[in-house]
Design a binder for this molecule. Structure first.
Ligand code: SF4
Ligand code: SF4
Length: 104
C-alpha cells in the first residue's frame, strides 16, 4: 500500500492528510467537496504500472495547509472534513498526530 502524506503544524498541534493511493481511483469527489480548492487530480506517479489518476494537494497549498485547512481541520468540532466524508473509498484521512506540548 502506498501512502501520500501532507503534514502541517499550527498552534494546536501537528496534523496529517494522508491518501491511500491504492484506494483512490481519481473520481474527483474530494476535489469538488473541498471549499478551499486545496485538492486536484493528477497522474498517479506512485503506480507506474497501472497508472490512472489520483488526488493530490495542490503545490501552492502544500506550504500553507494550516491556513487552507483551518476551517475544517479535525479539531474544530465539525466532525470529519468534507474531503474525507466525500471519498466513496475511504482513501483520505486527516488527523491530529500530536497535540501541542506533546513529545514527538
Ligand atoms: S480539510 Fe477541508 S480545506 Fe483541507 S483539503 Fe479537506 S476539505 Fe479541503
Ligand atoms: S474522493 Fe477518494 S477516490 Fe475520489 S479522487 Fe478523492 S481520494 Fe480519490
Amino acid at each position: 500500500m502506498m501512502k501520500a502524506n501532507y503534514g502541517y503544524a499550527d498552534g494546536s498541534g501537528q496534523y496529517y492528510i494522508t491518501l491511500d493511493t491504492d484506494k483512490c481511483d481519481g473520481c474527483g469527489d474530494c476535489v469538488r467537496a473541498c471549499p478551499a480548492s486545496v485538492l486536484e487530480i493528477v497522474p498517479n506517479e506512485f503506480d507506474i504500472i497501472d497508472g490512472g489518476d489520483i488526488m493530490s494537494v495542490r503545490e501552492e497549498h502544500r506550504k500553507k495547509l494550516k491556513y487552507s485547512c483551518a476551517p475544517c481541520k479535525p479539531t474544530t468540532g465539525g466532525g470529519e472534513p468534507p474531503c474525507v466524508t466525500a471519498c466513496p473509498h475511504g482513501a483520505i484521512t486527516h488527523f491530529l498526530s500530536s497535540a501541542k506540548g506533546q513529545v514527538m
